[in-house]
Design a binder for this molecule. Sequence first.
Ligand SMILES: [Zn+2]
Length: 293
Amino acid sequence: MITRRAAPRSARPVGVHVPVAAGLASAGLGYAAGVGAEVMQVFVGNPRTWTPGEGDEREIRALRAHVEATGLPVFVHSPYLVNVGSPADAVRARSAALLAQSLLRAREIGARGVVVHTGSSVTADRDAGLRRAREALLPVLDAMPGGGPPVLLEPMAGQGHMLCAAAGEIGPYLAALDWHPQAQLCLDTCHLFAAGHDLTAAGGVDAVFSELGQAGIARLRLIHANDARDRCGSRRDRHENVGKGEIGLRPFWELLHHPATAGVAFVAETPGGREGHRRDIATLKRLRSRPAP
Ligand SMILES: [Zn+2]
């Protein structure tokens, strides 16, 4: 019998977004082990098209078996084209369908959630955008009842007419979804910083969590640990390696030691390929084990 080696509740596994074009398990698991990842995030189809991944049954079964044997946390990122706030009916319908397919695949591989961007209203009418997001998301959330992987809503950098960027906008977004239990959260440090949260300031990390509030913190499942190429408030979403950008090391140390992130996974979506990933994971592990930077 295989015993699950589940991490303790307070653990904060660190890992990266793993390229799996050459095979979800056969390529992905080797890459993850090679860079020292304790958690991995994957795409289950081409992230830049509307086409769902066909899904190689053997790869899916192999990853599922590995997840069950080791307890490796896996997260799925939905394709970038998804916009549940779009005024175009066809875009919303395709977005909902693609998200639903990603959730089914996530369940097959034993993933812990599907990351989806909170979306844009495209026009200045934000309330209408929120209503559209509600109409698109609620049926998808309802279709995955308890036990299935949750949707992890990821606020954006604040470019264009984003429905949700600052931490204070997350509560209203979740309220628009009636605080659906399958609606959970993913926070991206680069997006927060670009949206105007100065994580480098004294109390900057605390301020994010107080704006998010206890109800939001309770839904936090994943942090995208990305440094930023652009200054705070830039509204630009350009990721940099951990500690090498405008955010620097200290805010990542604070996040890795903050009570709000107990049990939350950290995944870097950073440049530099395998070597960049290996260094970023080593950096995050070092920060995690240190009493102070
Ligand atoms: Zn992200």
